[in-house]
Structure formats: structure tokens, C-alpha cells
Design a protein around this ligand. Sequence first.
Ligand code: CAA
Length: 273
Amino acid sequence: MAEARAQQRGGYAEDASAGNPADGGLRFEVDGEIATITLDRPEKRNAMTFATWSALARIGESLPEQVRVVVVKGEGPSFSAGIDLRMFTPEGVPGQGSFSSAAAADAATFEQRLQQAQAGYLWLRRPEIVSIAAVRGHAIGAGFQLALACDLRIVADDAAFCMKEAALGLVPDLTGTKPLVELVGLAKAKDLCLTARVVRADEAVRIGLAEKVVTGSDLDQAVQDKIAELLAVNRDAAAATKRLLQGAQGRSLEEQCAAEGAEQAARIKALFG
Ligand code: CAA
């Protein structure tokens, strides 16, 4: 029904803000301190629409406070084949427009819609949580960027990353360029993005794109093992440390030392005050 309404208005992702996980092709489950987001359109290789990004953003907004670890994974053989290719057709995705309608939108509308989509990715960096992308099979374009939005990537041996945007005449715009440069360095990021070549699991680990590669049948256990390690440390210290690490590149050494001191003072007060 919502799709039909937006389609009538002919808008660009107008009704994708509803944010229901199922409408976005997602499943969302919380088990104590662990939340799991599953991209759940395996028959379309978990291709993503604006509704997917709105649903991701909504999950971020309403994440239960007790959650410390968020796992993002894909149902079926692929993590995600990226943006739904119907966006490239004149008809677009029902209720969510197309690139033709995006081209017709004014600059402010386009920017607002893109920010809505990016919001679905950005919260995964929040200091209070650690996000893990469990990647099997393809992670292409928007799917690759979703894996990059996570703090850690644990991958199956069939993982295949591809920043395909340039091949399609576009740029990566779902928050992926910064973490990519930070992870693999500027030259390698240029190599990957400007050739749209596929990076397989062994190379991903070698260049710092993934923390660990395991066989497909061991992926779930490897993620569980990592979660156990993460949950074993003090929650508030983990959040403070993540703040420090994420801020490090933007600070001078002196500023970083001061930031370490401020965080430690707060920790000591909390522990011994
Ligand atoms: N959008 C919509 N449908 C998709 C899709 C996508 N991105 N990727 C796959 N599908 C559909 C296929 O059309 C097919 O549907 P039907 O069964 O109805 O024909 C089904 O999923 C299975 O696809 P394949 O048979 O191709 O599956 P495969 O396992 O052999 O190959 C794949 C998987 C390598 C991911 C291949 O499907 C593929 O290359 N997909 C397109 C990837 C792509 O170009 N994505 C866009 C990236 S750019 C981006 O994401 C950035 C951005 O924001 C602009």
C-alpha cells in the first residue's frame, strides 16, 4: 500500500522512510547483548533498496540499550549484490523511484534522501557497540560499503568484494570511501574503486579489509568466537577506547594524548571514585 502511494506521487524514495525491517528485506533479532541484522532477499542476492537503508536507519535509532555487538550478515550465497538494479530502469523500484527520478529531484531533495540512506550505515560506527560484518559470497557496491561501515569483517573463503560504482558511472556514496581508505590506504583504495575489480577473501585479509577468513561452514562459529572475545572486556572501557581509536586520525599526537587522559580520568573515577 505504501509502495502504491509513493508510486502515485512518482517520487524518489519518498515512502522508504517507513523503516520496517521486513519491508526493507531485512530480519532483525536481539538476543541479550547481541543484535543480528540479516539481509533477507537471498533470491535477489540481498540487493538493497531505499527501504533497506531506511530500515537499517530505523534499527539504529531504536537499538535496545543493552546491545553491545551488532552482527550484519546475508541470507543465502551472497552478503549483498548492492543496489537493486531496478533503480537503473525508468520504472525504478515500485514506491522508491529510480535514478531517473533522482536526476529530476532538486539538489536539496537529493541530498536529504541520500543522507537518509547514509544514516542506515553511519550508526554502525557508534562507540557503544561493535559491529561485525559476516561476509560470505559477493559484497558488491552498496553491499561492500555496508561491510565497510562495520567495525570488523569476518569473511568466508568465498567472499568477493567489488566496488562496482565507477563501472556503472557512479561513485560510492554510502559512507564507504573513508573507511576503505583508512583500512587499505589511498593507493589500494584507488586501485579497487577505479578498476571495480573483485577482491577475494585471501587478498581481503592481506590488505587489511578483513580481519579473518574461514571456511564457509566455520563462519558462524568464527563470528560467535569474536563476539565472546568482545563481550569479555568492560563495556564502558570498550566504548571509551573505540572513541579514542576512531578519533585518532583526526587529532595531533598532543591532542590524542589529551583525549586519552580525559577518557582515562573518567574511567578511573567510574572504577575507583
Ligand atoms: N539488483 C536486483 N536483482 C539482482 C541484483 C541486484 N543488484 N543482483 C542479483 N539480482 C537478481 C538476479 O537478477 C537474479 O534474479 P532472477 O532469478 O529473478 O533472474 C537473482 O538475483 C540471482 O542472480 P544471479 O543469477 O546473477 O546470481 P549469481 O549468484 O550467479 O551472481 C552476482 C551473483 C555476482 C551478485 C550477480 O547477480 C551480479 O553481478 N549482480 C549485480 C551486481 C551489481 O552490479 N550491483 C550494483 C552495484 S553498484 C551499487 O550498489 C552502488 C550504488 O549504490 C549505486
